[in-house]
Design a protein around this ligand. Structure first.
Ligand SMILES: [Zn+2]
Length: 240
């Protein structure tokens, strides 16, 4: 739901961070179930038939990396994605969530650093993540079907009757581009945490253990996230 009061107001600008990622291996992105494709896990495409890595998936992975980094710096961080275990309720979370840094003007309760960027049921996100769209036009791409097999984790054997096909991008060095949109009230240290998280995000999509979806970020495209000394100093205060 979009609340008008939460939309950016005129004169307060959104910071747009361009993102470009180049694949080092083929990409398997997609939900289960086939739709007009032979594959059980078809690649996701937008309305123009272009391959995409959904923004929702990228946002989820970024949040997870930011949580690990902030905890590593000594900050108390809630446990997404279960709403009851997230700020401001935080069932079962230990740690000092009552530091002044966790107060957000205009919102009751306390909200950890990660919630202040990615949001929670009581606090709107200050970050929008757009889909990453393949720069190569669809007509020039020949998707590849790869066979896979479902493994039984308990017995550590391949399941009978569970051979499936994964549709992947060709194993070419495809480049995808999109952007992060930081809303005007996104804290300044958020850029620094996001930059560190992007450096930790080295694969996207499914079947990473099969070597699919490894990527690297274009360093030039991340320049708008360049951290300041003040932002590093703030993040380093987690243990205090
Ligand atoms: Zn939180």
């Amino acid at each position: 739901m979009v609340r008008l009061a939460e939309l950016p107001q005129a004169g307060r600008t959104i910071t747009s961070i361009p993102l470009r990622a180049t694949l080092a291996s083929a990409l398997a992105v997609g939900a289960g179930g086939s739709s007009g494709s032979l594959a059980d896990k078809p690649l996701l495409k937008d309305a123009f038939g272009r391959l995409i890595i959904p923004g929702s998936q990228l946002k989820g992975r970024l949040r997870h990396e930011c949580e690990k980094l902030a905890r590593g710096l000594g900050w108390a961080i809630c446990r997404s994605p279960d709403p009851e275990r997230m700020c401001p309720q935080r069932e079962g979370s230990a740690g000092n969530f009552h530091r002044p840094e966790y107060q957000v003007e205009g919102y009751a309760g306390s909200h950890c650093l990660v919630c202040q960027i990615f949001g929670n049921p009581a606090l709107p996100a200050r970050l929008w993540v757009e889909d990453l769209v393949c720069e190569v036009p669809p007509a020039a791409l020949e998707p590849t079907l790869r066979p896979g097999v479902t493994l039984n984790r308990r017995r550590r054997t391949a399941e009978d009757q569970r051979l499936y096909l994964i549709e992947t991008s060709p194993a070419a060095e495809l480049t995808f581009s999109g952007s992060l949109q930081l809303l005007p009230d996104c804290p300044s240290w958020g850029k620094t945490l996001l930059l560190a998280a992007l450096h930790h995000l080295i694969a996207l999509g499914g079947s990473k253990s099969a070597g699919l979806g490894w990527l690297h970020w274009d360093p030039g495209s991340l320049q708008a996230l360049q951290p300041t000394a003040a932002d590093w100093a703030f993040l380093a205060q987690g243990e205090s």
